[in-house]
Write a protein that binds this ligand. Structure first.
Ligand SMILES: NC(=O)c1ccc[n+]([C@@H]2O[C@H](COP(=O)([O-])OP(=O)(O)OC[C@H]3O[C@@H](n4cnc5c(N)ncnc54)[C@H](O)[C@@H]3O)[C@@H](O)[C@H]2O)c1
Length: 423
């Protein structure tokens, strides 16, 4: 959740929309027009994180290290990425953070909830992702970030029920302490009712529920999710589009992971793995479109496994065996062994989502849309409007994201047609 003091509240509840400073179209003859207005990024931006574990502490400690000039924001599109504008010959490629008005890292303030009482210094030390020397240097700041009391029970809700279909039914179920209301739903509800954007990095169905869509739209609180696209699925959504682009067939994809952090422990449990499995399996089907290419992708054996293996800690090994076939059906194999660090891959995603969701909230064009599909780039199971299939191909997702920024700023969208260079 990313919240601005008061200004994050839905229009109508508090008066604070600063019209005079809005970024408006230049209106120059021949120039394209901005789409809508974007309020400036003023004041502090509050980031509230349900669960101060490995990802959250790596993100917050990382932001502080970057602010102190001790490290670079590697992996963050908002901090290091550029957007090409106009023709390839124009030489205009500003940084994303210079092109659209994003909050600065110095404006971020953090809090969150956890079932443990550890402050961020202790939690980060236990997570064991970052070097202890770095954490010690950041201790004066990290130890001031302490969790609030969690909403907690052991229920986990497998399927949406009547309690999730409307705001009225949901609020009644909350009052009745209905077990169909999972803790994650309470956090999402609290955020959206206040008009605060909510990004779901976990694989649960919390913001996919009709009640959350209703709240999001009503309070102009953008939502997106779900499940950060970090290690193995990131690789899948790079490789699978390459096979499809070259019309190479696929007969099997076996993926296994070993990891030793708390997330690994949770996912070793078959019940908790179920939603993760669904979120990991969906990507291939959507990218490869077996209905359009039955001879190539109509019969794929796809298996995903996650095994808890404590010696690895947060350092996951994601191993893929891919059986493909080419010309005349000749089989080939690809092996990928990604020795990755889960939270190191997730932290820049959290940063980007905080800044881009805040941008969405300040954009008159985006804030009323509820689902921010342009942020699919960051998720294993991107949310879409009902009836629309999700876009999983990483490079299409990136184009969608950058074109959305160009669109907001009235710049020409890039289609890669390129015929104009040969006139
Ligand atoms: N690359 C990645 O690390 C990655 C990728 C995709 C998704 N995710 C998701 O991100 C989330 C965080 O991952 P992590 O590795 O930091 O896990 P973690 O186990 O280190 O941290 C989760 C934290 O949430 C706390 N918690 C549990 N129930 C809570 C509740 N009801 N209220 C408040 N806090 C609660 C736990 O005490 C723990 O501190 C998970 O849902 C995970 O599936 C992570």
């Amino acid at each position: 959740m990313a919240t601005r003091n008061k200004s994050a509240r839905p229009a109508g509840k508090t008066a604070r929309v600063e019209v005079k400073n809005e970024v408006k179209s230049s209106g120059k003859p021949g120039s394209s027009r901005n789409h809508g207005t974007i309020e400036p990024a003023k004041g502090k931006l509050g980031v509230m994180i349900p669960g101060m574990g490995a990802v959250a502490t790596t993100f917050v400690a990382g932001v502080e290290a970057i602010r102190k000039g001790l490290a670079k924001p590697i992996g963050s599109l908002t901090q290091m990425g550029t957007v090409r504008l106009g023709k390839r010959t124009d030489g205009r490629s500003p940084k994303v953070k210079e092109f659209v008005p994003l909050a600065g890292l110095d404006d971020l303030v953090f809090t969150g909830w956890d079932i443990f009482e550890d402050n961020m210094y202790d939690a980060a030390s236990k997570a064991g992702v970052l070097d202890q020397r770095l954490l010690d240097e950041l201790k004066p700041f990290l130890s001031t970030v302490t969790p609030r009391a969690a909403v907690f029970d052991h229920n986990y809700v497998k399927k949406p029920t009547a309690a999730h279909q409307s705001l009225k039914a949901f609020e009644k179920a909350m009052r009745d302490n209905d077990e169909m209301i999972a803790p994650s739903m309470v956090y999402a509800y609290a955020s959206l009712i206040e008009g605060v954007p909510f990004a779901n990095g976990a694989p649960n169905l919390t913001v996919d529920l009709p009640v959350m869509l209703e709240l999001s739209r009503e309070n102009e609180a953008p939502i997106c999710g779900k499940d950060f696209k970090t290690g193995q699925t990131l690789m899948k959504t790079v490789l699978a589009p390459a096979f499809k682009a070259r019309l190479l067939g696929l007969s099997g994809w076996y993926s296994t992971n070993i990891l030793g952090n708390r997330d690994g422990e949770v996912l070793d449990d078959p019940g908790s793995f179920k939603t993760k499995e669904e979120s990991k399996l969906g990507a291939l089907e959507h990218i490869l479109q077996p209905a359009l290419y039955p001879e190539l992708y109509g019969n794929i054996f796809h298996k995903v496994r996650i095994n808890y293996y404590p010696p690895r800690g947060d350092n996951k090994e994601g191993w893929d065996n891919i059986d493909i076939f080419g010309w005349l059906g000749y089989p080939m194999q690809i092996k990928v062994d990604f020795l990755c660090r889960d939270s190191i891959l997730a932290a820049p995603i959290v940063l980007d989502l905080v800044l881009l969701m805040d941008l969405a909230k300040r954009s008159s064009e985006l804030r009323g849309l509820a689902i921010q599909e342009w942020l699919s780039f960051y998720f294993k199971s991107p949310m879409t409007a009902p009836g629309l299939y999700p876009e999983h191909d990483l490079f299409i997702q990136l184009m969608k994201l950058k074109n959305t920024l160009r669109y907001l700023k009235g710049e020409e969208l890039i289609t890669h047609l390129g015929l104009e260079y040969y006139d």
